[in-house]
Design a protein around this ligand. Sequence first.
Ligand code: ZN
Length: 212
Amino acid sequence: MKIEGELRKEIIDNGRELYAMHLMTGIGGNISGRIDDDAIIITPSGVCKGRMRAYDLIRMLIETGEVTAGGKPSMETPFHLAFYRRRKDVGAVVHCHPLFCTLLSVTGETVRTDLTPEGLMVLKDVSFIPYATPGSEQLAKNLSEGMIGHDAFILENHGAITIGKDVADACHKMETLEFMAELQVRARGNDRLKPLSAEEKGRIMTLVNNGK
Ligand SMILES: [Zn+2]
C-alpha cells in the first residue's frame, strides 16, 4: 500500500519532469498510480501535467471507476483501470504523445528494442496496439488483449503507454521508449544499422531474467 500524499507528490513531480522533457505537451497525456488493491490516483482532464497541484488529482475505485475524491478524471481512464484490473503487478501507468513514438505510430511500426542493451533491458519487447478512439472501451479492450508480458505499448495513430512498479519506473520507461524511437527514426536509411546479435540478445535477456 502506498501513502496517498506521497503518491500525489510523485505524480505531480514526474508530470513536471515529463513536461520539461517535452514528452508531455499542452494538456495531453495522463499519469496514474495505485494506492492499493482497491484505489488509484489519476490526473485530471484538461490540465497541463507540468502545472498540476495536489488537489487537481482524482482518487477512484479500480473495480467500479467511482470517483471518491476530486473532479473530472482523464478521458483515458478506461485503459488505466484495465491495467490495474488485469495486472496486479502494475503500480503506475503513463500515457503521452512523444514525437518519435507518435511518428512510428502513424507509420504502423513499433519501437525496436534490439539496437542497444539498455533498450532491451528496460523495455524488453514493445507491443503495438491497433487503433481505437481515445477514451473508448474498445481501446481498453485492445490493450487488455496485448498487455500481458509487455510494459511498453505503441498506440496506432496516437502515442505511447508505459507501465511500471511505481510512477518513477513507468516514467523512466517512457523516456527510454522515446529515446529508442528517436534512434530508430534517425537511423533510417542507414544501411550500416546493426542491431544486437541473437547471441547478445540472449545474454541480455538472461541478465534481465536474473534481476541483473
Ligand atoms: Zn492520448
